[in-house]
Design a protein around this ligand. Structure first.
Ligand SMILES: [Zn+2]
Length: 258
């Protein structure tokens, strides 16, 4: 187990499966594997969904074999198939990449639309620049339009993620109510995370959803949870030196700007 503390801003901890402690801590993000490993085609992890859900009740990810998009809302895990239809994800299935948090947001804020994806940070009042802390977000609302995608289960030997995504299924949903959940990850976490906003969607009827590519929100309620800790569980196939993964240049720039 190794720990890294920088700028008293975000504590990052890397652990192996056997070092996992049960239970979730408020404002602590938990994730398995890294986006870098997923990009490289590491599509099989060693963590079951029941284990994942011990660490949080809101989040996103995918399932072993890149078998669809994973959406975690209120402790329920949903899987979006390639046609962006939802089904309950079995607790016994495993995940090669997922991020969850025991969601404990601040006061809710009404969002008056129309809100486009590009203006998200501005409208919900959260900037990803100049911070090391990821933010967890949940937006319940009515959408004029939302474009989601999902992926098909891959066969071994696994291709890189970009190749698998070339066969993604895209669905345009119009006039739909639902919930977007996910995270804003600042640039210094490049390699561990997908930088910027990463959101997944499930309709209120829990019939449609996926990874959010674009949206136009009519109106909604936003909930934000500023996180202070990040615990990363590394599957056997992933061996990462955290100091090499976290963007050292970006860290130094942040320190200079202070
Ligand atoms: Zn996604």
């Amino acid at each position: 187990m190794s720990e890294l503390e920088f700028l008293n801003a975000l504590r990052v901890e890397m652990v192996r499966h056997r070092e996992l402690r049960p239970g979730a801590r408020s404002h602590e993000l938990f994730q398995t594997s890294t986006i870098e490993a997923l990009l490289g085609g590491v599509f099989d992890g060693d963590l079951s969904l029941s284990e994942l859900l011990e660490h949080g009740d809101l989040g996103l990810g995918t399932l072993n074999g890149l078998d669809g998009e994973l959406i975690v809302i209120d402790g329920d895990a949903w899987k979006a198939s390639r046609d962006c239809t939802l089904s309950r994800a079995p607790r016994s299935s495993r995940t090669p990449y997922a991020v969850v948090v025991p969601f404990s947001p601040g006061p809710p804020a009404a969002v008056r639309g129309p809100l486009q994806y590009a203006a998200l940070g501005q409208v919900i009042g959260h900037r990803l620049e100049g911070t090391l802390r990821p933010v967890a977000v949940r937006i319940d609302g009515r959408f004029e339009h939302i474009r989601v995608r999902s992926v098909a289960k891959q066969r071994r030997p696994y291709p890189p993620l970009a190749e698998a995504l070339a066969q993604q299924g895209i669905s345009d949903l119009h006039d739909v109510s639902g919930t977007m959940v996910g995270f804003g990850f600042p640039h210094p976490l490049d390699g561990i995370e997908m930088i910027g906003w990463h959101l997944h969607f499930a309709s209120d009827t829990r019939t449609r959803g996926g990874h959010v590519l674009d949206f136009a929100l009519r109106d909604g309620i936003a909930h934000l949870d500023d996180t202070t800790e990040l615990q990363v569980e590394l599957p056997p196939a992933v061996d990462v030196h955290h100091s090499a993964v976290i963007d050292q240049d970006a860290l130094r720039r942040l320190e200079r700007d202070r």
